[in-house]
Write a protein that binds this ligand. Structure first.
Ligand SMILES: *[C@@H]1O[C@H](CO)[C@@H](O)[C@H](O)[C@H]1NC(C)=O
Ligand SMILES: *[C@@H]1O[C@H](CO)[C@@H](O)[C@H](O)[C@H]1NC(C)=O
Ligand SMILES: *[C@@H]1O[C@H](CO)[C@@H](O)[C@H](O)[C@H]1NC(C)=O
Length: 621
């Protein structure tokens, strides 16, 4: 993170640390994108830190020392059925809360221990209690996000709030953890498996059959390894865990800000415990009904609107800001179409280079399709480099594309044992494992048990792919991987809750949506809101996934007002974004506000940029 902003906010610089296995997954973004698990889009300063970590890890066996104050590792944080906090990561508190593994049968002696993290209110003058964050996924690590971004979340909701999060069941420091590979070398296995990743379903005739077999093989393998605990990781359990957390905190009700899948968790909580809602801000809404039914299609309602924004704003920005400029938006679209058609027959070869890719790489149709699909999550951050990479590809040069999708120099994680050791005890992974943004195996375990099982076999799936392709030219086929991950998933959740998603909440819910979100359309927010009388949908006139994709003071101030006073925006409110795609969004030059109020707003702007630049947990991937 930027030292200047961090110190500005009274926070010493927090170094980003990512587990080696996860780093590799990210490094191969072009390849593994949209396969299974989380699609993570890394960019900006976090990206740089990751490279630095890669260098450090060259020394086998060095576990990065995270803290100078408080506990030195998660193993020192003792699980307790009452919340016991330990000072951790210098200025945070960590805890492990013990809860029944099976909330429907508490006589079952098995326990889950939920790892939690807290960043205290920095302004105690009008203390307003904790706000829970869920970053999405499913499979995202709340610990990772809060550890790296707490001051920025807090800057939005108000400094008189504590920021709290946790690793949901299956993820990170929480037990049980979900791992499809069941071995010490699980991430090597995961990587080698991903190298068998078949092409995108529309790459060649019949690709869909290979893709289906690949997904089915992984489902079976994964379900065998996860076994019985796979019945207890789905969302109703997590909502109940959250209720336990607020009880143990001594809070009456929940204050919560959730993104993407986090909206599904929030909506589930509100449906199950409507009288325990104090604030729920749900940004980037999953249509709860559609999601819990599995294999939906409406999540793609606005996807092509984001793609069209690429063409339109590239044209508007002009050739200096958009390398892929042409005389009109249609011509830009045509250019892309030609590149894609050409790549199907002539993938671009990128020779190895010591500074970039140690092995030759092939830029295929599938990789470019998947990259485009990923870019739609974060137009502001990614569109300009995408435009450059496409322009180079057009000239037969794949290097900018490779640079965009890999971090270069990645090698097989031969030292992994030291980071991924389970000490022979599957119930107790080494807590010192540097944590990651999320766990893609948990993504699968959670969403495939939240949703109804996919039926119809491979032919049913082929029809589904055709429907998606018709819904979105830009990403329909790539996004079919979202539910592909659940084909032939053999585990059923014990606690199945598939709605109705409605309730008279003790305080109205604030639903938030971009007018064009590539995977959680505005319409989903409107659908969810119907079940909750008094709730309001606030829109932001932006592209990409969640309103964090494009900063908007207007949205942020409405969200703050909601947390501070409970007041909702007027129904029909549409906030403008502060920047448009292809515009420069560097605000450091405007650091010198004169009044306190101005300085406060500049800090808010910077926080929104930090939140925008953070890795994205793409819904369901
Ligand atoms: C956070 O606040 C709690 C309660 O006031 C306090 O016990 C704890 O030490 C604080 N943690 C940090 C990291 O300052
Ligand atoms: C995975 O590990 C567990 C615990 O060691 C073991 O009981 C189970 O049989 C293993 N599963 C497979 C498929 O090897
Ligand atoms: C909410 O309250 C209204 C008015 O009392 C009632 O008609 C409605 O059925 C309630 N909805 C739910 C989901 O409980």
């Amino acid at each position: 993170m930027d030292e200047k902003v961090s110190s500005l906010m009274g926070v010493s610089s927090l170094k980003t640390r990512i587990s080696l296995p996860f780093r590799l997954l990210i490094a191969r973004v072009g390849l593994v994108l949209c396969v299974l698990g989380l699609v993570l889009w890394r960019y900006g300063s976090l990206w740089e830190d990751t490279k630095a970590l890669g260098r450090q890890l060259g020394h086998c066996g060095q576990v990065v020392d995270l803290k100078s104050i408080g506990v030195q590792s998660w193993s020192e944080v003792k699980p307790s059925s009452n919340l016991v906090w330990y000072r951790c990561y210098d200025e945070y508190d960590c805890a492990k809360l013990e809860v029944p593994l099976d909330w429907l049968d508490e006589s079952d002696p098995r326990r889950a221990t939920i790892a939690m993290i807290r960043y205290n209110a920095t302004d105690r003058s009008d203390y307003k209690g904790p706000v829970f964050i869920n970053p999405g996924g499913p499979g995202g690590s709340g610990i990772w996000y809060v550890k790296h971004l707490a001051p920025y979340y807090q800057s939005v909701v108000g400094r008189n709030h504590d920021i709290i999060s946790f690793d949901p069941r299956g993820i990170g420091m929480t037990l049980p953890s979900v791992d499809c590979w069941n071995s010490t070398y699980s991430s090597v296995s995961a990587l080698l498996w991903e190298l068998q990743d078949p092409p995108n379903v529309d790459a060649h005739p019949g690709s869909v059959y290979d893709a289906y077999a690949y997904a089915a093989a992984f489902s079976r393998h994964c379900a065998d390894n996860i076994g019985d605990i796979g019945r207890f990781v789905n969302t109703p359990n997590v909502a109940r865990d959250m209720l336990q957390m607020i009880d143990k905190l001594g809070e009456d009700k929940l204050q919560y800000w959730g993104f993407s899948y986090g909206t599904f968790l929030g909506t589930t909580f509100a449906a199950l415990f409507p009288d325990r809602v104090q604030r729920l801000a749900l940004d980037g809404n999953v249509d709860a009904k559609e999601f819990s039914s599995g294999a939906g299609t409406h999540f793609l309602d606005d996807t092509d609107a984001v793609m069209n924004a690429f063409y339109r704003h590239c044209h508007r920005a002009g050739p200096l800001l958009c390398a892929f400029y042409a005389n009109n938006p249609e011509a830009i679209e045509e250019r892309l179409k030609n590149i894609l058609a050409d790549l199907k027959i002539h993938p671009v070869i990128v020779p190895s280079s010591p500074s970039s890719n140690p092995r030759p790489e092939i830029v295929s149709y599938s990789k470019v399709r998947r990259m485009i699909s990923a870019a739609l999550y974060r137009p502001l951050v990614v569109f300009p480099s995408l435009a450059e990479a496409l322009t180079a590809l057009e000239n037969g040069d794949g290097r900018p594309f490779v640079d965009l999708t890999s971090q270069g120099g990645e090698e097989l994680p031969l030292c992994e044992k030291q980071y991924d050791s389970k000490d022979g005890d599957p119930e107790s992974p080494t807590p010192e494992v540097p944590e990651a943004e999320g766990n893609r195996d948990a993504t699968k375990a959670i969403m495939c048990t939240d949703a109804r099982p996919a039926e119809g076999g491979v032919e049913g799936f082929r029809n589904y792919v055709d429907t998606l392709a018709g819904m979105s030219k830009a990403a329909g086929t790539t996004m079919s991987n979202m539910w592909m991950g659940c084909v032939e998933w053999g585990i059923k959740a014990k606690w199945q809750f598939r709605g109705p998603y409605e309730g008279n909440t003790s305080h109205p819910i604030l639903f938030i949506a971009n007018t064009a979100d590539n995977v959680t359309p505005l319409r989903s927010a409107l659908n969810n809101a119907k079940g909750f009388p008094g709730s309001v949908v606030m829109a932001q006139d932006s592209y990409g996934h969640t309103t964090l994709s494009m900063p908007s003071r207007c949205s942020a101030l409405n969200i703050r007002k909601y947390f501070q006073t409970g007041e909702l925006p007027t129904p029909g409110t549409i906030c403008a974004p502060d920047y448009l795609p292809f515009e420069r969004w560097d605000v450091t030059s405007s650091l010198s506000g004169t009044t306190d109020e101005e300085r406060e707003l500049i800090t808010l702007d910077q926080s929104l940029l930090k939140l925008m630049e953070a890795p994205v947990l793409a819904l369901g991937h």
